[in-house]
Design a protein around this ligand. Structure first.
Ligand code: FAD
Ligand code: NAD
Length: 477
């Protein structure tokens, strides 16, 4: 067995997840201080901001993935990684139950991992609000597999629409691309899809030209509620120019394999339930709790009033526990569930854990010095030890001076299609809202700089260049 045994003198820190929160914690964590174990069903980090671009092949999915093994091998001390799902966290026993959900299983595929400290960074599931038919008939946009499924479905719809003797109604249905949810995921996807049609599809498959149509359905009165009013208007205007239909104040109530049923208010003020046929349906209505998080919340009385996730204190400790922390979309710390928040929370925990280890080290040193002071053979040695103790106590006070987590909002950015983006940016001097082609270049450079590695950065630049020079690939697979 090549795996090193855990060091019994160190605490075991278990980290669940390999997303924004967990990976930014791992990046800055001094792994020499703990026996670090990472558990996640995904053995890679995914740069989600560019995932909408993978649905149309503007960017290839592997360009925004970074293998976790590649990253862990550069850490100072070995980190164990188990590709598995945490199925249950037993808070009292301080154990996580994990299960290998991949296709290939060995003779051990479900086991337990004990922890002294646990960080929950498992993200969130797709919200469906229990609306019938969503899980069976819609595609989501959260993981690499989702983007691949969407890409394949777009092409399948286009090719099937051009099949011999297809009826006109069926052609219109197949080429109707419906997106539910006018948050940034829905808006960015709708923009990317319209780009795909404008730049490539209509040239490659001219037969679909007059029937291909994108509709965005949103229950609220406007899309992108987190952006400023002027950028909401700019987005809606851009979509209109691009012929993307926005249906606001329209709530989807039911989904079948060929149409959605959506409720809106008619001109007479009465509610109308309308059937909207679709070929592709992408569901982007936000986040819901993962079962493992729900289960943990039920074990902790202090979590009983929390609905949206694990309630945490200002040091990201899960309320009602002493040894569990939570970061990212599964934690409720009064910030929006974004990558920006998750990354800052992860980096904060790394600093906190590094500091906790230092504190412990100094405490041990102080204990040793106190003992040495008592057994000192003469006054001179006692005085010398006393000075050392004072020095260490001063250092301890400095190390312990770590304030609570404070989120620093850098702004919100979203791509809206036709090489335009919107940005609400926080500068030192105040807030600044902008939209357009220049903002698109800013969006591109901001996301490039945020990419995980130089390798990712180069691959993304090459993908953008490739799509510009050769067009996107319209093969179905
Ligand atoms: P995630 O990054 O989702 O990671 C969760 C991790 O936990 C994954 O590795 C997952 O495999 C793992 N996991 C799941 N279940 C278990 C389990 N049972 N046991 C162990 N591990 C588990 N935010 C922005 O700020 N800017 C953007 O431009 C932006 N664009 C986005 C675009 C899209 C299409 C999407 C879907 C989201 C976007 N977001 C953006 C939001 C952002 O991705 C999330 O807020 C962020 O990923 C949250 O980080 P996280 O670490 O909490 O979760
Ligand atoms: P969201 O929660 O931001 O938006 C979901 C939208 O779906 C809401 O506007 C809601 O009114 C609508 N909706 C819900 N049920 C509906 C129904 N039955 N019919 C019609 N509309 C319905 O979700 P999201 O866009 O997936 O984003 C999730 C999180 O990720 C957010 O915090 C977001 O800020 C973040 N994110 C950020 C970016 C970015 O910054 N560019 C991109 C993607 C996601």
């Amino acid at each position: 067995n090549d795996q090193p045994d855990p060091d019994p003198s160190k605490k075991t820190l278990v980290i669940l997840g390999t997303g924004w929160g967990a990976v930014s914690l791992l990046k800055k964590l001094d792994t020499e201080n703990y026996n670090v174990v990472v558990v996640s069903p995904r053995n890679y980090f995914l740069f989600t901001p560019l995932l909408p671009s993978c649905t149309t092949g503007t960017i290839e999915h592997r360009s925004i993935m970074e293998p976790i093994r590649n990253f862990l091998r550069h850490k100072k001390a070995a980190v164990k990684f188990y590709e598995a799902e945490a199925t249950k966290i037993d808070y009292q026993k301080k154990v996580v139950y994990i299960s290998d959900k991949s296709e290939i299983k060995g003779n051990s595929s479900a086991t337990q991992v004990p922890f002294d400290m646990l960080v929950v960074g498992v993200g969130a599931e797709n919200a469906t609000f229990g609306i019938p038919g969503v899980r069976e008939n819609a595609l989501f946009l959260k993981e690499v597999g989702d983007a691949q499924a969407i890409r394949k479905r777009i092409m399948d719809c286009c090719e099937t629409a051009t099949f011999k003797d297809q009826s006109q109604d069926e052609i219109r249905r197949l080429l109707h691309m419906v997106v539910v949810g006018g948050g940034p995921t829905g808006v960015e996807f709708a923009g990317e899809l319209q780009d795909f049609f404008n730049d490539d599809l209509k040239k490659w498959i001219p037969d679909i030209k007059s029937n291909f149509h994108v509709t965005l359905v949103e229950a609220l009165p406007n899309v992108l509620p987190m952006f400023s009013k002027q950028l909401i208007e700019y987005t809606e205007k851009t979509f209109k120019e691009e012929t993307i239909t926005i249906r606001t104040k329209t709530m989807v109530k039911n989904v079948t394999d060929k149409y959605i049923e959506a409720e809106s208010v008619g001109p007479d003020g009465k509610k109308v339930l309308e059937k909207i046929p679709f070929g592709l349906l992408v569901w982007a209505t936000g986040n819901a709790l993962r079962p493992v998080v729900k289960d943990l919340m039920m074990q902790i009385p202090a979590q009983k009033d929390s609905r949206r996730g694990l309630a945490v204190n200002e040091y990201l400790v899960v309320k009602g526990t002493e040894s569990i922390w939570a970061v990212g979309d599964c934690a409720v710390a009064n910030y929006a569930p974004t990558a920006q928040v998750a990354a800052q929370e992860g980096a904060f925990l790394a600093r906190l854990f590094n500091q906790m280890a230092k504190t412990e080290e100094i405490d041990q040193e102080l204990k040793k010095l106190s003992a040495a002071q008592e057994t000192a053979p003469n006054k001179e040695t006692r005085d010398q030890v006393f000075t050392e103790i004072k020095e260490l106590q001063k250092r301890l006070r400095r190390v312990k001076q770590m304030g609570p987590f404070e989120y620093s909002h850098q702004g919100s950015l979203a791509y809206i299609g036709s090489e335009k983006a919107v940005a609400d940016i926080s500068w030192l001097t105040g807030n600044f809202a902008t939209g357009g082609t220049l903002t698109y270049f800013f969006w591109q450079s901001a996301y490039l700089s945020m990419c995980f590695s130089t390798r990712n950065r180069i691959l993304v630049i090459l993908d953008w260049a490739k799509a510009k020079i050769f067009g996107r690939d319209v093969s179905r697979e």
